[in-house]
Design a protein around this ligand. Structure first.
Ligand code: ADP
Ligand code: MG
Length: 627
């Protein structure tokens, strides 16, 4: 049996497993059923793809969505694994070919739509093939309590019974409510499965709820500050999608749209425009995104409140799948509550269920809605609220969400704001390294705290750093702390900007009366030398951090690597992330490997991809080195 670590490295280019991956893989490889509950982006695919490569014979993956299957198979093939899919998008000709290859044992992994399982040809073929593992992805589709119930999932046990030998069965979902979990266990008839529920926390996501007077105005501000970044704006109705998308286009944003009312062709086209980064903002209903593995989505804005926390977390979770910092912002208005109730009232109208059952279902939906409304109105840490809901409580406030940092309320400033004069944006993004300044500010907050035995205000921190002779300061004996006067060369406003930035990335929290204190997130910068890089519109960056050095060199290299990726993606006709994710390119830019061997140490570079693309990436790196 091939070693799981070797497979992880060779095909996927990763050196470590995440969370419960290893335990789930071990179980299946040893012949035991498994059940993994992990959030979107948690890495469920590897949990069945790796055992598929360890076990003899074939693995079937049951998956509900055509687009998801195609993407996963593309990604597997580009990693050097033989795979195929079977669903209604294939022509009879293509289907015959896949069947023939399958019969000849040419595939290791086959994705199949649930409706196909009991189809004559397929079942008969499976009865003759050595099927070692059946993995059920998006397994909540088997539950009537779930969000996306699919009756065809109920056919899975029947299919299994028709096989001469029962394979190992494993199931995966991001939906963690007890009722759904129970349904999956029962309906799939899992046998003593290893159950792992993990990883609901997504530390790289920052949550925020805003209650603006005008959602349009707020959206515009939010997007203007995130120009060039890729993001999704979710609306609850098709009408809103149309209106918001048209509005953004009229403001010259590269926006596109997606909802179930559009013709197939346009939907496909728009989705691709977004996946390939030709359009940066996708305005969509919740029809968009299930199973879409676009790794570089750096924000998800909800223009309307979703119907449940499950729906919200799943949609918001599409941000930051590359592990980079990303934002999930919900725009809440009282009207959302009415809309939510209206939807629930209307739902099940066409269902054939008896009235009693319908009432029961409505009651349950209403409970879910109330939990969602509470999220929008709570004063509590948002991350704690979410993790509580999913049964993975977080002992302490995260120090990073909109509630913890208190930056959530955003009202337009009344009158002119002296400290931030309107600046002409250039529309070009640039980066600066403010690590040194950040270290000074953070360490000053820490010193003051230990000198006085409690945290102090932002104003006091700035005064200490500038070596002020303020009486209160001198009386507290603060001129003796080691950071006193450390930033004499900086203006009050400059230090404030750095502090504001540290707040916005969650290293500092500001409490009552502007009292500032450090969060655990600060320790990386303070004690482990982690860098602090700000990326902003060039002009704004210059205004806010005039004294910090720019990091143009690295971002130039990164841009060059991305350009090559775009080109390779075009040549191969696949989405860019199938070549390498952003996280991989960033690691590559940081390590700057010179040989094939060094290239293989970059996270996300396995041997198939190294062989296929390595030379060309090394060439770009070499060229950069020369310059
Ligand atoms: P899910 O199906 O749970 O939503 P995916 O299986 O699509 O998540 O994985 C999300 C991302 O995480 C993918 O880009 C994948 O390559 C990456 N990933 C998964 N496991 C690891 C790992 N052990 N190390 C690094 N990246 C990983
Ligand atoms: Mg998945």
């Amino acid at each position: 049996m091939e070693d799981k670590f070797e497979i992880l490295q060779k095909y996927f280019g990763y050196s470590q497993f995440r969370g419960a991956q290893e335990a789930l893989i071990d179980a299946q490889a040893a012949g035991r059923d498994a059940f993994g509950v992990m959030p979107t982006g948690g890495g469920k695919s590897l949990c069945y793809q790796i055992p598929a490569l360890m076990l003899p014979g074939i693995t079937l993956v049951i998956s509900p969505l055509i687009s998801l299957m195609r993407d996963q198979v593309l990604a597997l093939k580009s990693a050097g694994i033989s795979a195929a899919y079977i669903n209604s998008s294939l022509t009879p000709e293509q289907l015959r070919l896949v069947f023939r290859n399958l019969r000849q044992g040419r595939y290791k992994i086959v994705y199949v739509a649930p409706e196909r399982l009991l189809g004559e040809g397929f079942l008969a073929l499976c009865q003759q093939m050595p099927i070692s593992l059946v993995a059920v992805d998006e397994a909540h589709c088997i539950s009537q309590w779930g969000q996306d119930f699919r009756p065809s999932y109920l056919k899975i046990p029947e299919f299994l019974e028709h096989l001469p030998r029962r394979p190992v069965v494993s199931a995966y979902t991001a939906t963690a409510t007890p009722a759904v979990r129970r349904d999956i266990l029962q309906n799939l008839r899992l046998r003593n499965p290893l159950l792992m529920v993990t990883g609901f926390d997504r530390p790289n996501l920052r949550f925020e709820v805003r209650t603006p007077d005008s959602k349009r105005g707020e959206l515009l501000t939010l997007l203007a500050l995130r120009k060039g970044k890729s993001g999704i704006v979710y609306c609850s109705t098709r009408k809103d999608v149309e209106a918001v998308c048209a509005f953004l286009q009229s403001k010259r944003f590269a926006a596109t749209r997606y909802h179930a009312g559009l013709p197939d062709e346009e939907r496909q086209q728009n989705q691709e425009d977004f996946l390939y980064d030709r359009k940066t903002v996708m305005v969509a209903t919740n029809a968009f995104g299930m199973g879409i593995d676009k790794s570089n989505v750096s924000f998800v804005i909800h223009y309307n409140m979703p119907q449940s926390m499950e729906a919200y977390y799943q949609e918001a979770g599409r941000a930051g799948r590359d592990g980079e910092k990303a934002e999930c912002i919900l725009l809440f208005g009282k009207k959302d509550i009415l809309t939510g109730k209206f939807f629930i009232q209307k739902s099940y109208e066409e269902s054939e269920l008896p009235e009693e059952d319908r009432d029961l279902l409505r009651q349950r939906d209403l409970q879910r809605l109330y939990k969602m409304i509470n999220y929008c109105e709570t004063k509590q840490c948002l991350r704690q609220y979410i993790l509580d809901y999913f049964g993975q409580p977080l002992p302490q406030p995260c120090g990073n969400c909109g509630r913890c940092t208190g930056l959530a309320v955003s009202r337009k400033p009344k009158g002119k704001d002296k400290q931030s004069p309107a600046i002409q944006k250039t529309g070009k993004m640039a980066s600066k390294d403010i690590t040194r300044e950040a270290q000074m500010v953070l360490s000053c907050i820490r010193r003051i705290d230990s000198a006085m035995g409690h945290s102090s205000t932002a104003t006091m921190t700035v005064q200490v750093l500038r070596g002020s002779k303020n009486r209160q300061l001198l009386e507290s004996g603060l001129e003796t702390v080691s950071t006193y006067g450390l930033m004499r060369g900086y203006s009050r406003e400059e230090i404030r900007e750095i502090l504001t930035h540290l707040q916005s990335v969650g290293m500092v929290v500001s409490g009552k009366n502007e009292i500032v204190s450090l969060t655990p997130a600060a320790s990386g910068v303070l004690f482990r030398g982690e860098p602090v890089i700000v990326t902003l519109d060039e002009a704004e960056l210059e205004r806010r951090f005039p004294q910090s050095g720019s990091v143009a060199a690295d971002s130039k290299l990164l841009a060059a690597l991305k350009e090559l990726r775009t080109q390779l993606a075009k040549e191969a006709g696949v989405p860019a992330y199938v070549i390498f994710t952003n996280a991989t390119l960033e690691d590559m830019a940081a390590r700057q490997p010179k040989t094939m061997e060094q290239l293989l140490t970059v996270s996300g570079v396995g041997s198939a991809k190294a062989q296929r693309y390595g030379k060309r990436f090394l060439k770009v790196l070499e060229q950069f080195e020369k310059e």
